[in-house]
Ligand binder design. Structure first.
Ligand code: ANZ
Length: 852
């Protein structure tokens, strides 16, 4: 009997699919469409790791299943090619990033094809291809025309190690998400996209999306909508005013000082001579700190008094104006009223600088808070801060009072009073900042525009695109923050052919996110060279029906794409208002790592396990072990290449789906892949077994129909691990049959197909079908095979078990008694006796009570 040979089978079918262009699609109005998309990869030098195929297998299962269900499936793949590593490599070696990228793409493509994903390779795109970024540049000109792209001198996050600025979304805890380098603030002239103009819609429309709730929440928090009030404080002795933003207008009577962000434009004007040096010194000190360092809760608050005073509009109190770096210039109005009794940051600051406290909320305490009086006392004397709700107190001046009102009522009352006295207004603030859109890099899209000497700008026309970057030999950004493109003066300084004027090109380039903002649209019409996409293509294919990728893109790619999509929708270029209808995140795949006593990582092949402890195979040293994110430096990464070689792509696909629910974090275990391979080998054995028959039995049909139904339900719910468990159970039961009906095995191959397509195709062929099973329809489960139509009856005589019978369900007592009486085994016990009673439990039991 032939053995399961994954290498031969997988190579054969991969070639077949490529040669026949099995997964090529065109618009077909006769069929419903299904667009299923992966987050396309950045082709790094190290190739795919086993985390990539996790999401890619999930989408491939859906793509294959939907084809079986008669959908016209768009399942494309491409390359997010602009990016830092290729540029860093160019800086070190002088190799043009395009060269490195091309090599990496070839490797990635080979790897993806060796996994048997059903992509339409004719739609392959690459963001660094001029025929692609031509349109990225064109979209930028549209953003510019709509007033959504502007230049600004701004204090930016600059990463000296990377030699470039970074967007807020690219920073975490004061460091670059990429590489973990320190980020500081610097003033630089930059291009910025007005994403804030879309803040409200980006937030509202989250409701339209079938996305994980946690992900929606991340976006909502990032957009950070706050309803609050702007309050005007007059500056004592002047006609100027400071406007603060507060979400707590009910605490206005408790404001004991005002704080401005150190960059606030009014500071220069109001600072007294005595305080000038101290203020300027402090401003210098904060200039280089990141927002994270400034606002981190645990850190000591610092600040300086300006010497000036503000007048509280509600009670005319004169309160000091300070500057402090816990107030950020780019949130709200860059100024706050400080209420130390009811705000943590103000509390810390006031404690440090001995500023006064005024309690204006009587805490609403729960039963667990025993000592109301004690707490009350602590707040009153500035030893405690109360940030919860309660009744307003100490909040009266002249004829305006909010004393006794609840927090909600007090908020409303103060806001209305401010509005009617023209001392303030209700507003909405967003945390979302405009998107810093330029980078000081070589390997990115050049901005399609010209600067003229008079300060005006002309964006390039379509016939002038793509604008390619110059060839240079020095990729390193200059330390003054100017981009490597500045190293090519003959490219930068030109005479504009359209106007005849002297012009300067922009030397910044676009961030990597630009290309990934719209790649899913280009996939609909990838070879169009007269427009970015046709109306017909976008109307047919969009939105993306299912998008799968990592949660790390929550506030980056996924927010940026939604923004561009909405702009393009507003321009009339798109017919849908959201790009990705359903989105699922795949969980992280982690792996065990090992470290010796010096902290150096040890490769898994050098490790021996003894009773749950780990030792170095050679030195015998006991090793520290932990589960961590896979990474090259921790030596715990696994390449799909090795796994495919040893176990096969189908086994790898199956294992990744069997590890656990898609969205959960899972620990990699290479040994477990062999279990999946054994299952596939058993499947194969059935198809080549001499017990194979063209006859079929009800028993086998029941197994088959239950399988296709169960697997289908799980695919739709994206519960792939339980679908696989059902297939394994099927194989167990099916192999116990006396003969193997081919028709049932065919059904099983169709259920297996989305998961392990190579083997399924092979089995289909062994069973005698010529064409690929890719477009055969998914088997329809028939109800009659799904129901249990028989039940097991226990028959007793005088309470003693005398027989078990499989009998049709829901028969009457008479029918069962008749049937039982005819059975020779029962007859033996009742012949010659008198039946005095029959006990009958429907579908379960029959007991004859007899007298001898
Ligand atoms: C007075 C007050 C009293 C506040 C109180 C809070 C509690 P969210 O919800 O995040 O929008 N704030 C305003 N602008 C700021 C800035 N540029 N930098 C730092 N802090 C700023 O927070 C709004 C609150 O954050 C505002 O309400 C303000 O402090 C502070 F018992 O005003 B509040």
């Amino acid at each position: 009997m032939q053995k399961y040979n994954h290498k031969q089978i997988e190579k054969k079918w991969q070639k077949y699919w490529l040669d026949h262009k099995t997964y090529k699609v065109e618009i077909d109005r006769a069929k419903p469409k299904y667009y299923v998309l992966d987050m396309f990869p950045y082709p790094s030098g190290s190739g795919l790791h086993v985390g990539h195929p996790e999401g890619y297998t999930a989408t491939d299962i859906l793509a294959r299943y939907k084809r079986q269900k008669g959908f016209n499936v768009l399942h494309p793949m491409g390359w997010d090619n602009f990016g830092l590593p290729a540029e860093q490599y160019a800086i070190r070696t002088g190799t043009h990033p395009a060269v490195t990228t091309k090599k990496n793409v070839e490797n990635f493509k080979r790897q993806l094809q060796s996994l048997g994903f059903s992509y339409d390779w004719d739609r392959e795109i690459s963001t660094s291809d001029p025929s692609y970024y031509k349109w990225t540049q064109w979209i930028f000109t549209k953003l510019y025309e709509k007033g959504l792209a502007y230049e600004a001198e701004m204090s930016v996050n600059f990463c000296p190690a990377l030699g470039t600025v970074l967007a807020n979304e690219e920073i975490e805890n004061g460091r670059a998400k990429e590489g973990g380098h320190v980020v500081e603030r610097r003033p630089l002239r930059q291009w910025v996209l007005k994403i804030t103009a879309y803040a409200e819609r980006l937030l509202q429309d989250l409701d339209l999306l079938d996305w994980p709730e946690g992900l929606k929440k991340l976006q909502a928090n990032w957009i950070g909508r706050s309803e609050g009030v702007q309050v005007d404080f007059l500056i004592d002795g002047t006609d100027e005013k400071i406007t603060v933003f507060t979400t707590c207008p009910h605490t206005l009577f408790g404001a004991t000082y005002v704080v401005l962000a150190p960059e606030h434009p009014l500071i220069k004007q109001i600072t007294t001579t005595a305080q000038k040096d101290a203020i300027e010194g402090y401003q210098k000190e904060t200039a280089s700190k990141s927002d994270f360092d400034r606002t981190e809760m645990a850190k000591n608050k610092t600040g300086v008094f300006t010497g000036a005073y503000a007048i509280n509009p509600v009670n005319q109190q004169k309160i000091p104006i300070w500057i402090a770096d816990y107030v950020l210039i780019n949130y709200g109005t860059g100024a706050v009223m400080a209420v130390p009794s009811h705000d943590e940051r103000d509390f810390e600051f006031a404690t440090q600088y001995e500023l006064p406290f005024v309690q204006v909320i009587d805490p609403e305490l729960t039963a667990e808070d025993e000592n109301h009086d004690q707490i009350q006392q602590a707040i009153a004397c500035g030893k405690k801060c109360w940030t919860g709700n309660g009744k307003a107190i100490n909040s009266q001046h002249n004829d305006f009072s909010i004393n006794g009102l609840t927090t909600e009522q007090a908020k409303e009352s103060v806001a209305n009073w401010l509005e009617s006295n023209q001392k303030g207004r209700k507003t909405i603030s967003f945390k979302l900042r405009d998107w810093l859109f330029s980078r000081q890099r070589y390997w990115g899209e050049p901005f399609p525009l010209l600067h003229f000497e008079d300060g005006t700008i002309r964006t390039l026309d379509l016939d002038e695109l793509p604008l390619c970057p110059p060839q240079i030999s020095q990729y390193k950004p200059a330390s003054d923050g100017s981009s490597p493109l500045a190293n090519a003066p003959e490219w930068v300084f030109i005479t504009d052919v359209k106007t005849g004027k002297a012009a300067r090109r922009e030397t910044n380039t676009m961030p990597q996110w630009a290309g990934s903002c719209w790649y899913y649209i280009r996939f609909c019409d990838p070879h169009n060279d007269v427009e970015a996409w046709s109306k017909e293509a976008e109307q047919y294919w969009l939105p993306v029906d299912l998008y799968v990728g990592g949660v790390e893109h929550a506030v980056l790619h996924l927010l940026y794409s939604r923004f561009w999509h909405k702009v393009l929708y507003d321009c009339g270029f798109l017919s849908t208002s959201e790009p990705f209808q359903t989105l699922r995140n795949q969980g992280l795949i982690t792996a065990r790592s090992f470290q010796n006593s010096l902290g150096a990582y040890v490769a898994p092949e050098d490790v021996q396990e003894k009773e749950g402890e780990y030792f170095h195979r050679e030195t015998g040293e006991k090793l520290k072990s932990q589960i961590e994110k896979m990474s090259k430096s921790k030596l715990n990464g696994v390449s799909p290449d090795e796994i495919i070689e040893e176990f096969g792509a189908d086994s790898l696909r199956l294992y990744e789906m069997f590890m656990g629910p898609l969205e959960k974090e899972k620990v990699w275990n290479t040994d477990a892949v062999s279990g999946c391979r054994r299952f596939l080998a058993r499947f194969y054995d059935l198809a080549v077994s001499p017990k194979l028959t063209q006859e079929t039995t009800v028993e086998a049909l029941k197994l088959g129909h239950r399988l296709v139904k169960g697997v289908e339900e799980d695919i739709v719910a994206m519960q792939f691990n339980t679908a696989i468990a059902k297939m394994m159970e099927f194989i167990n039961d099916f192999s116990k049959l006396d003969t193997y009906p081919a028709s049932v095995l065919k059904m099983a191959a169709q259920a297996l197909y989305p998961f392990a397509p190579h083997l399924a195709e092979e089995i289909w062929e062994i069973l005698g079908i010529k064409e690929s099973l890719s477009y055969t329809s998914y088997p329809q489960a028939e109800q009659c095979y799904l129901e249990d139509s028989t039940v097991l009856y226990v028959v007793q005589v005088n309470g003693k078990l005398r027989g078990r019978f499989e009998l049709p369900k829901d028969q009457t007592e008479e029918q069962i008694v008749e049937a039982a009486k005819k059975d020779p085994g029962i007859q033996r016990h009742i012949a010659g006796t008198e039946i005095i009673k029959v006990i009958f439990v429907p579908n379960k039991l029959l007991n004859f009570v007899v007298r001898q």
